[in-house]
Write a protein that binds this ligand. Structure first.
Ligand SMILES: [Zn+2]
Length: 313
């Protein structure tokens, strides 16, 4: 196996540093890929985080997986672990790269493209060709708390089986998004699961622990790691989800949050004016689970407030 001009032999463990570019001070930005190869042939798994620079739980999940030496026990195939893809966003506490573009909407990317497009290209050209499946670890977007959940491409049986093996508390079938990593990989016949957990710029032990258990379950299921499966936990599998948005601006308070079951029509929060005159209740628009909610105290009309997963009628 060769990644960025480095040959990785069976049984080897290498850290490969792939240059992306330089910041204005001349310092070089490098993406580090930790590669663990077994002596025995098998699938190659990509364990990726930090596509969005402020989504720190993903980074911490991969960091803990590396630090715990989980991957060193590999008994079949290869693991490529990249804890921080978007180094620019990570050091700037930002989802995007400095020009405001989203790496996960820039696939496959181009050498002559924007910075986001150049970062995306490293994964699409240097990593994805080597990979059979993977997990891309994310965190809720700005002030959104996501309950730990694993997402797979709707209608793909192989991806569904991988998601079932990972078994986060919530398992979600999702359509692919244009120019995303999951879509690009899917088109190449590779399955990338997306994990979501916690809120941007806040470490969430619950999401991190769930993700590490899921990752271990998935890799044991693939016979890539030794050991027995971590204890089973209840999980729910949903085929649909949608956002309940703010019908008006105001002070937002939730009374039901991520991880809680809700019934259609049930009050789950409210929006008030700051003068103590009006308070509008918010009601669940589907029966299912809240899998993400906003922690923004002040919202504008149309802001995403509750992400509710449910079964199609
Ligand atoms: Zn993300």
């Amino acid at each position: 196996m060769k990644i960025h001009n480095t040959e990785i032999l069976p049984g080897a463990n290498e850290v490969i540093k792939i240059p992306v570019g330089r910041i204005p001070t001349g310092n070089q930005i490098l993406i580090r890929a930790h590669v663990y190869r077994s002596l025995i042939d098998g699938p190659t798994a990509l364990i990726l985080a930090g596509v969005h620079g402020d989504e720190v739980n993903g980074v911490e999940i991969v960091r803990q997986a590396i630090a715990s030496d989980m991957f060193r026990t590999i008994q079949r195939g290869t693991i490529i672990a990249i804890p921080v893809l978007n180094v620019y966003g990570f050091i700037n506490f930002s989802r995007e790269v400095p020009d405001g573009k989203d790496v996960n909407r820039s696939f496959p990317g181009s050498l002559r493209g924007s910075l986001a497009s150049r970062v995306a290209r490293i994964i699409s050209k240097k990593i994805i060709p080597e990979v059979d499946f993977g997990v891309d670890f994310h965190t809720g977007g700005r002030s959104i708390y996501n309950f730990p959940q694993i997402r797979y491409t709707a209608g793909d049986e192989v991806a569904r089986e991988l998601a079932m093996a990972f078994k986060a508390p919530q398992i979600l079938a999702k359509k692919t998004i244009s120019k995303s990593l999951r879509k690009y990989a899917q088109d190449k016949g590779k399955r990338i699961l997306v994990f979501e957990g916690g809120e941007n710029l806040r470490l969430d032990d619950y999401s991190i622990a769930n993700a590490l258990n899921g990752l271990r379950r998935l890799l044991i299921h693939q016979d890539m790691l030794p050991g027995t499966l971590p204890p089973d936990q209840p999980s729910w599998h949903y085929l649909k989800s949608s956002w309940l948005r703010a019908p008006q601006a105001g002070i937002f308070q939730w009374t039901k949050g991520s991880g809680q079951m809700v019934a259609k029509g049930e009050p789950i929060g409210s929006i008030s004016d700051p003068y103590g005159l009006e308070c509008t209740p918010l009601r669940a628009d589907e029966t299912g689970h809240i899998i993400g909610h906003s922690n923004m105290p002040v919202v504008t009309q149309g802001d995403a407030l509750f992400h509710i997963a449910y079964q199609p009628a």
